[in-house]
Design a protein around this ligand. Structure first.
Ligand code: BGC
Length: 489
């Protein structure tokens, strides 16, 4: 959670179930779906700073950049809309495919969507690796985007459904961990491939096939989630899977609750139309605001900037948030507002408002890099994993697939906007760009503190209780009986 309002941590049921090796391995394999997203995030920024790549596909940009590098204004050195459009086109494709993926995950199951994501990404990687012209490059890029959209729509839901509720947070955050590993590997590979004259970029783009194969092959070993099997009327199989996943024979209570949730879900014919109903208002608000705020941390400015300036080793995978409840998000938010402020100050002091060039002393660069590392570490235990975990666990079954698509779409829209405009913003707002993100980090801290109830330890199909008991959101359920009334009745 987040908030000052811990209303529900004990409101849910406590189903029997262990963190078995089986469920752990299942989640590790499923989480590798994050590798394709991470790999692409890491690779594209680096590739577009390789001269051979620019000369082949964007010669005009290459010529312009050679001149701009000598510009007196350092803030404007990276401002090229065509190039950023190449990077960010993927996010638009991901947005579109996440909407289709919502139907697939609902009708055919979560795994099919994961495999589809891997296959689309694999074809995109091959096209990009062998690209002879701009058309091949762009078509490949769109396919990569379709792959990312499908995987990001299905993997977080899969993880939240498969995990025993007490371990859901820790297991789900492996998705963010693999995104981060993907970025790290891509950055390291870019660093080496940039030294290969002429065709290093082909290796950077083509090796995207590897994470795609990992998720495709891995998915064949994954069980379908019990929730999805029940949703598609395979009750017996669902019970077998639930017993296997929980590692205990007595799963009746959880199984019956899954059936009840599924029956309620079946009454909802069109989840896209239903999500705008009053009783789903908190879900809709979270589906939109959480991914929007995740992007407004400014994390992707750091991811993309770091590629531009060749600081390829800044991404750090991190595990620690498993030990805390989500309240940490608020604490961390404050600490990394400060980080953005200090980065702004450090950059502002050096380049001033005119972006004066001049040599950056090594000690100064090291301080900026350390500050950025602290920022990245703060993100990696708060808005990074929780930006995917919280949406995947709060939506009731009847709107889950559609709501997750909204989350992915909003994430991609904001990733697109930020990727597209940050170089221009940097050029015009100068170090104020970092103050801009610092402001939003403060706003999102308050949002989480007051509006997001604690979900830790609450079984996924029991999540409705957290909204019904929340001081603000409960008014949306006033006309429905409260859990206490139901208990007393
Ligand atoms: C975000 C990405 C970001 C990445 C960085 C993910 O959770 O959705 O936009 O680049 O974290 O680690």
């Amino acid at each position: 959670m987040a908030g000052g309002v811990i209303v529900s941590a004990t409101a849910g049921k406590d189903y029997p179930g262990n963190l078995t090796l089986h469920v752990f391995i299942t989640c590790v394999i499923a989480a590798t779906g994050g590798l394709i997203f991470g790999y692409d995030l890491g690779i594209s920024g680096g590739v577009i700073s390789m001269d051979d790549f620019l000369k082949k596909f964007f010669p005009a940009v290459y010529r312009k950049q050679s001149l701009v590098h000598q510009s007196v204004n350092q803030y404007c050195a990276f401002d090229s809309q065509i190039l950023t459009l190449f990077t960010s086109s993927l996010y638009l494709a991901a947005l579109v495919s996440s909407i289709f993926a919502s139907y697939i995950t609902r009708k055919l199951g979560r795994r099919v969507s994961m495999v589809a994501g891997g296959v689309l990404f694999a074809v995109g990687a091959i096209l990009n690796g062998f690209a002879q012209n701009l058309a091949m490059l762009i078509i490949g890029r769109l396919l990569l985007g379709f792959g990312v959209g499908s995987a990001n729509q299905s993997v977080p839901i899969y993880l939240s459904e498969v995990a025993p509720h007490r371990y859901r947070g820790g297991l789900n955050m492996m998705f963010q961990l693999s995104i981060t590993i993907g970025i790290l590997v891509a950055d390291l590979l870019n660093y080496f491939f940039a030294k290969i004259d002429g065709w290093g970029w082909r290796l950077s783009l083509g090796i995207a096939l590897v994470p795609a194969l990992i998720i495709i092959i891995g998915s064949f070993f994954l069980p379908e989630t019990p929730n999805s099997l029940i949703e598609r009327d395979h009750h017996e199989k669902a019970k077998e899977k639930l017993i296997e996943l929980r590692g205990v024979p007595n799963v009746d209570e959880e199984f019956n609750d899954l059936i009840t949730a599924s029956e309620a879900a079946k009454l909802v014919k069109n989840s896209w139309r239903n999500i705008i109903k009053r009783q789903y208002r908190p879900h809709l608000v979270m589906a939109i605001c959480i991914p929007m705020f995740q992007q407004l941390t400014g994390m992707n400015v750091i991811v993309l900037c770091s590629c531009f300036v060749q600081n390829h080793w800044l991404q750090k995978p991190s595990f620690p948030h498993v030990c805390f409840n989500y309240r940490i998000i608020y604490w961390t938010t404050n600490s990394y507002v400060n980080e953005q402020l200090v980065v702004a100050l450090a950059i502002g002091l050096k380049f001033g408002v005119n972006g004066n060039p001049g040599d950056l002393p090594t000690w100064y660069a090291v301080i900026v890099v350390i500050l950025i590392c602290i920022f990245v570490a703060g993100y990696a235990w708060s808005w990074g994993p929780l930006g995917w975990l919280v949406p995947s666990e709060i939506f009731p079954l009847e709107i889950r697939s559609a709501a997750q698509s909204i989350t992915v779409s909003v994430n991609m829209i904001f990733t697109f906007i930020i990727a597209q405009v940050f170089t221009a913003m940097l050029c015009h707002m100068k170090f104020g760009l970092f103050l801009f993100f610092a402001f939003f980090i403060m706003v999102m801290g308050l949002f989480i503190y007051y509006l997001l109830p604690e979900t830790k330890g609450v079984p996924i199909e029991e999540m409705i209780t957290v909204w019904k008991n929340h001081p603000y959101w409960r008014k949306y359920y006033d006309d429905l009986p409260s859990p206490k009334q139901v208990e007393l009745a």
